[in-house]
Design a protein around this ligand. Structure first.
Ligand code: ADP
Ligand code: MG
Length: 801
């Protein structure tokens, strides 16, 4: 600053106007509508409320109204209620050590009056009327006026930041602010299960959150975060009572490996206080990263109790963060407890499809937050995809054994690999066991033989008969790989093997010659050269969406995954004819609606004509059920699909097309053609097609711009079928300002699908192809396998890959 003589003037220090001071301070405590709401909510809880309802207008910027049935505020306290540093909760600094209330600073209400208009209506027990009074800049505007009321307090905060223009402008998107408000209420709602919460937008009759005060913790989680989360929860506890480490008790609910969301939701309470702790969150994410595919995230509810004197709650103006003693040791114990729990619970996987269908049909999905997970097989990743090493041609998964845990020996033959006939839950156990399939060539051949004869067996040995051969083979092969397998598991293995043998000797069921003929044709047409390549190659990686590199001896080949997988699945359908395990659709899918979707798509692409319409031969339901486990109920709903490869479910987005195929392309007249064409239709459906949306890493980011994303979501796509970690946010209409997030989510989703697919190709498709695929001649000639290089000179480079 220069004065008139050109010299630099020393700025003089002035005392700020108190209103300015207060407004600055208010900005710290009330950072956004959700922080105001959090303070108000905590006040209601401190007042012993058992019922709290919230109404919000324009994301809280226009109005936040909270009503509780707590003890109310006495008439005498009203004049100082909104003065700074007035509180009923502590008297001295020392009280902070033993504080049990959420508030203590006496700043929240005061702060709000400096940046908004605040009105209080309150009535205490035993009064015949309540009082209503408004506040501005910390003081009452006029005397409290008597009014009709019920016991408790209602506070209205209007026009937040009306006098802080810059701040107000920062909140361009009310729906985002609203979702933050819902988020705070959701979190408290699952912590305070004795309190009923509700929240809605002003003018709406529908509440966006509603919980009852009697619900259990899991009920509360279900009510708030949806059944998709609730059904996958496992409870976890941990504690420590050694003062040299840490003193705490933790209990919580965490999602199992079946659940995956785009973002981690961690609801953390320390001594009943809603806080954040990024180091704990990271530590837990590390545990999940080992079992969930890349980019999949868990849901966590964790409540920790520790001596109040160990926690410093006064380190953040909004009390969002706390610091506590022995943080590292505590985090370590919790991490271990969660790890142990996940290991225990990680044995089953469930397949759901409901959302896909309701969404695809454009039916508004009321309970967006209750979206079930639409899983694909093989999500049970043990190591990140990019960490997998592949070099050993005799082992389809390269050196995955190095990632296996010793405890695996204990799993061998434990029966977990068995798939019951009608389970909704599919035991997935360790995907690791499938990775050694071809170690024991001899046995592999035996199983293969077994497979071809699978339809001969008698239903009496149901369980074994229902077992997927690949898991059988894997289990058997493990015997040879893990020499330290203990005696027990060895015995079980012997039993398993004996049962397999018995099964082959069982009395044959009347054979269907048509199937025999089709299988014989497969044998006759096998191209031995290509078979040898597939059997003895090493998977290197994907070259593009269809082609993958494999190494066979010193040659490098490109194999067409779509063609090969289609053929493999076609062949497996015939081999396992009549003996499939079941993929149960969580909600039956109406054939009619599927057809409408499929026909719509066809019509859009100009290929469909009225005359092609669905033929009614689909009504061959009984045959489909009996032989292919495609069960259709009386109301023409598809209820189950056959499980053809263990750990693999087809891309449900292709279900409509499949149903249309069954209707249009199956020859129902002659038995052999009929079976052949159904098998082909299943092969087409189950083939490992590229995901319907482009791979983010190779696609210009434009595709994931919101406009495009919206286009993509117009068409029924799996993009929308995954569970959302923050469903409450989803119920908020998306508007322009959310765009970067939409883009991110689509990108994550797409990345996930692509990583998942590559994993499935390597660890499910290849092992199965090595065992079962008999590639026909036409595959050798139509570009399904192309030799691209001789590796004599390149070999070393690939060895290093
Ligand atoms: P603090 O919660 O830190 O004490 P606040 O500014 O949030 O400070 O609230 C000031 C006081 O107002 C509280 O100590 C409490 O006595 C009273 N109060 C605020 N909200 C309520 C409510 N909903 N019911 C009863 N009393 C309330
Ligand atoms: Mg308070």
């Amino acid at each position: 600053m220069m004065d008139s003589s050109g010299r630099t003037a020393v700025p003089s220090i002035k005392r700020l106007d108190e209103a300015v001071v207060n407004r600055i301070a208010a900005g710290e405590v009330i950072q956004r509508p959700a922080s105001a709401l959090k303070e108000l909510l905590e006040n209601s809880l401190d007042a012993g409320a058992t019922s709290i309802s919230v109404v919000v207008k324009e994301g809280g910027l226009k109005l936040i109204q909270i009503s509780d049935n707590g003890h109310g505020i006495s008439y005498e306290d009203l004049p100082i209620l909104c003065e700074r540093h007035t509180t009923s909760k502590i008297n001295s600094y020392e009280d902070l050590q033993t504080i049990t209330t959420l508030g203590f600073r006496g700043e929240a209400l005061a702060s709000m009056t400096f940046v908004a208009h605040l009105t209080v209506i309150t009535m205490t027990e035993g009064q015949i009327h309540g009082y209503r009074v408004s506040y501005k800049d910390g003081a009452m505007e006029g005397e409290p006026r008597p009014c009709a009321a019920i016991k408790g307090t209602q506070i209205m905060v209007e026009n937040l930041f009306y006098n802080v223009i810059a701040r107000k402008k920062a909140f361009k998107n009310p729906s985002e602010e609203y979702s933050r408000i819902l988020d705070v209420i959701s979190r408290y709602a699952i912590q305070k299960i004795g309190v009923s919460f509700s929240c809605k937008k002003h003018g709406d009759s529908r509440t966006d959150i509603h919980t009852d005060s009697t619900s259990s913790r899991t009920d509360a989680i279900r009510a708030v975060y949806g059944p998709g989360v609730a059904r996958e929860l496992v409870s976890v506890t941990a504690s420590d009572d050694d003062p040299s480490h840490s003193i705490f008790k933790m209990d919580g609910y965490i999602s199992s490996a079946n659940y995956s969301a785009k973002k981690t939701t961690m609801v953390l309470f320390i001594n009943d206080r809603l806080v954040e702790c990024s180091s704990l969150k990271k530590a837990i994410e590390v545990v999940y990263a080992a079992i969930l595919p890349k980019a999949s995230k868990p849901f966590l509810y964790i409540s920790i109790a520790m001596p109040p004197e160990h926690v410093d709650i006064n380190i953040h103006p909004t009390k969002r963060e706390v610091s506590f003693l022995n943080q590292e040791s505590l985090i370590d114990s919790i991490q271990k407890a969660i790890e142990a729990k996940l290991m225990q619970s990680n044995t089953t996987r469930t397949f759901y499809t409901q959302t896909l269908l309701s969404r695809s049909l454009g039916v508004p999905d009321e309970a967006e937050e209750s979206m079930p997970v639409q899983t694909q097989g093989g999500r049970n990743l043990k190591a990140p995809v990019n960490k997998l090493v592949r070099t050993d041609p005799s082992n389809p998964a390269g050196r995955m054994l190095a990632f296996m845990q010793k405890s695996l020996a204990g799993h061998v033959g434990s029966g977990n690999g068995l798939v019951d006939t009608k389970p909704v839950e599919m035991p997935m156990e360790d995907t690791r066991k499938i990775m050694d399939l071809t170690k024991n060539e001899e046995f592999a051949a035996e199983v293969q033989e077994d497979q071809t004869g699978a339809h001969l067996q008698n239903n009496k040995v149901h369980k074994i008969a229902q077992m997927d051969a690949s898991s059988l083979a894997g289990r058997e092969a493990l015997e040879h790989n893990i020499s330290q397998a203990n005696e027990d598991s060895r015995n079980e293995l012997t039993t398993t093997r004996r049962l397999v043998r018995q099964r082959r000797n069982l009395k044959e069921r009347a054979e269907l010659t048509s199937i025999q003929e089709l299988l014989a044709t497969i044998d006759q047409e096998t191209h031995s050269g290509l078979e040898d390549i597939v059997k003895h190659c090493t998977f290197i990686g994907m070259a593009d969406e269809r082609l993958c590199f494999v190494q066979h001896k010193t040659y490098l080949y490109l194999l067409d995954i779509v063609k090969l997988s289609k053929e493999l699945l076609y062949q497996q359908v015939l081999r396992r004819f009549g003996h499939f395990n079941v993929i149960q659709l969580s909600n039956a899918a109406s054939l009619y609606e599927l057809l409408v979707i499929a026909l719509d798509e066809e019509e859009q692409s100009g290929r469909w004509h009225e005359s092609d319409g669905p033929k009614d031969q689909i009504a061959q339901a009984q045959m489909l059920q009996e032989y292919f486990n495609l069960s259709i109920d009386e109301s023409a709903n598809l209820c189950t699909l056959p499980l053809i490869l263990d750990q693999y479910t087809p891309d449900m987005d292709r279900l409509p097309q499949f149903v249309l195929n069954l209707g249009n392309n199956v020859d129902w007249e002659t038995e052999k053609e009929c079976f052949d064409s159904v098998a082909a239709a299943i092969g087409e459906f189950y083939a490992i097609h590229p995901p319907l949306f482009p791979r983010p890493s190779v696609t210009s980011s434009e595709v994931y711009q919101p406009a495009k994303a919206a286009e993509i979501s117009q068409v029924p796509r799996r993009l929308e079928t995954d569970v959302n970690s923050e469903p409450v946010q989803e119920s908020v209409p998306q508007s322009g300002a959310d765009e970067p997030e939409v883009e991110d989510e689509f990108r994550l989703e797409a990345e996930n699908a692509w990583a998942q697919r590559e994993w499935t190709i390597q660890h499910v498709l290849f092992p199965a192809m090595k065992l079962f695929l008999k590639p026909p001649h036409h595959l050798a000639n139509n570009g399904a396998a192309i030799q691209v290089a001789r590796l004599e000179n390149l070999y070393k480079i690939f060895e290093r890959c």
